[in-house]
Design a protein around this ligand. Structure first.
Ligand SMILES: Cc1cc2nc3c(=O)[nH]c(=O)nc-3n(C[C@H](O)[C@H](O)[C@H](O)COP(=O)(O)OP(=O)(O)OC[C@H]3O[C@@H](n4cnc5c(N)ncnc54)[C@H](O)[C@@H]3O)c2cc1C
Length: 497
């Protein structure tokens, strides 16, 4: 192994000798993966096939002590650090060209304490790991809706899913985190200990350290729940989406709604001649008393006659994997988001028009109904600021051939532009595009919380060791205070998709 080049946190480049890496290897149970290594090609792959970055060093950790050693090694040399949880960030933020990645993909254990309704997930756990372990006791942590997604990235930037309206964001259920900070120490952050750090981790992302464990409050759910998935033709979207909006406004908190502008799936319930036509699918998951579910979902399933209905009673673990097959590893993806403060007839029409104009039938536009438990938390109580918006639109460009990237990315950007007039601003950082316009993303997403985030960053990571998916630069007391976010981190290759 010859010397390896990695990015320094000041924007320059550092050279790591074979001896230095061997000394790190001798201190960890996991492994160091570099270009010469047989597992390098697999280790530098993320979920999004569009991302093709070559990190200098990947430190694949097996335990918190490995993470501490890897952070200490980076801190002593001034190396910029990125962290990998489930590798599902659409911008591939866990990997940086010539970067130094602390990879937690071996660290997926989940421990459940059913008596106290608590679950602890290691920093590399996937949602499926958490769901399986908690559902064994009839419990669930509020996370997202596709099981391969990483708990870490999802939680650190908020976390929306089927339990959002009754139990809030994932971060609203976080009791504590174990985190390795820039000084290489493993700390606990909760409401009493390192409370500032705990506040920042709840929405502020990965700029504060590497989280080795997340402790969640879990809730009785299922094991059987109800899912609605009626499919309506796109031509009826005006009437269907208005009914969806109106019903969700008065429906119980236990019903979460996700209206998806998409294509009719090739399911046996869908007539063959309708496979692939543009449609609206009203996904609704009811996690209240099982016997009430059918009645609660009825208004979504009977807006006239749907083309087909893929829903019904099912196990909550199956709801959590219902969409999995639609998001295979290695396909091409570009996802953005925007909060809407209204979903009026005009907004519904804009969504329908853009659905009809998709360059790829795999692409969707998702209408997430927010509010309820999420909005009952003060916007300054955690770093996650935008709790007031009633809707979040996920714009998902999904396609199969690399050469179609330009058309699909342009489509998603055009949807985003046309939705701005229905929005008070702000974007959900888990659907961030390629983090274009980082200053706007930071101010729009964090509002008045940004100042506090920067000062917590200055306290815990004054030299800006941790890049985060979007970097929060240290605040007033630190050297990088006046530099814009993009300059505060070495190039990631995200700037030019
Ligand atoms: C198919 C799919 C479905 C999705 N569904 C949902 C959904 O239902 N709800 C929702 O809210 N979001 C959803 N998302 C978005 C998802 O939350 C983000 O992509 C998130 O970044 C994934 O987390 P990860 O750990 O896999 O990310 P990674 O790519 O591994 O990491 C992303 C960033 O998170 C930070 N990070 C990761 N691990 C750590 C750690 N241990 N310590 C500190 N920082 C860390 C780093 O800054 C890193 O750059 C979905 C994404 C996909 C691809």
């Amino acid at each position: 192994m010859s010397a390896i080049k990695v990015n320094a946190r000041d924007g320059g480049t550092l050279s790591l000798s074979r001896e230095e890496l061997a000394s790190l290897q001798s201190r960890i149970r996991g492994e160091i993966i570099t270009t010469g290594n047989g597992s390098y090609e697999a280790a530098r792959k993320v979920w999004n096939g569009l991302i093709d970055r070559k990190p200098g060093v990947i430190v694949r950790c097996r335990e918190a002590a490995d993470v501490a050693a890897a952070v200490t090694f980076a801190g002593e040399r001034g190396i910029a650090v990125s962290a990998r949880g489930g590798g599902h960030n659409v911008a591939g933020a866990c990997l940086v060209e010539n970067g130094y990645t602390i990879d937690l993909s071996y660290m997926r254990a989940v421990r459940v304490d059913p008596e106290n309704r608590v679950a602890v997930a290691e920093g590399g756990a996937r949602l499926g790991d958490l769901d399986r372990a908690t559902q064994a006791f009839g419990l669930a942590a509020p996370v997202g809706v596709v099981s391969a997604t990483g708990v870490a990235g999802l939680t650190l930037h908020g976390g929306v899913g089927w339990l959002l309206r009754n139990h809030g964001l994932s971060i609203d259920n976080l009791l504590s985190a174990e985190i390795v900070t820039a000084d290489g120490r493993l700390r606990r952050a909760d409401a009493n200990e390192n409370a500032d750090l705990f506040w920042a981790l709840r929405g502020g992302g990965g700029s504060f350290g590497v989280v080795t464990a997340f402790e969640f409050k879990v809730h009785p759910v299922g094991p059987d729940v109800w899912l609605s998935a009626p499919i309506y033709p796109l031509e009826r979207a005006g009437e269907v989406m208005a009914a969806f909006r109106d019903y969700l406004e008065s429906a119980p908190d236990e019903l979460m709604g996700l209206g998806v502008y998409w294509s009719a799936p090739e399911a046996p319930q869908v007539p063959k001649h309708l496979h692939g036509v543009p449609v609206v699918i009203l996904l609704g998951c009811y996690t209240g008393p099982f016997e009430k579910g059918e009645k609660v979902l009825e208004p979504l399933r009977r807006i006239g006659t749907p083309i087909a209905d893929l829903g019904g009673p099912m196990r909550f673990v199956d709801v959590q994997t219902f969409l999995d097959a639609d998001y295979p590893d290695g396909k091409f993806y570009y996802w953005k988001s925007i909060y809407l403060d209204r979903l009026d007839a005009e907004a519904i029409r804009v969504l329908s028009d853009h659905t009809a104009a998709r360059p790829s039938p795999l692409s969707s536009i998702d209408v997430w109904t927010l509010g309820r438990a999420m909005s009952r938390v003060e916007s300054t109580a955690t770093a996650f600021f935008r709790r007031d918006a009633p809707y979040m639109i996920g714009i998902e460009a999904n396609w199969e051939r690399r050469e179609d990237a330009e058309a699909n990315i342009q489509w998603a950007r055009a949807v985003f532009e046309d939705l701005k007039k229905f929005s008070n601003g702000g974007n959900y950082l888990n659907f961030p595009g390629f983090f274009e316009e980082p200053e706007r993303l930071l101010t729009g997403s964090f509002g008045e919380n940004l100042k506090r985030l920067k000062s917590i960053k200055a306290r815990h990571d004054p030299k800006n060791l941790f890049l985060g998916a979007i970097n929060i630069p240290p605040g007033p007391s630190a050297a990088l205070q006046d530099r814009p976010a993009r300059e505060a981190r070495p190039s990631t290759g995200m700037e030019a998709p």
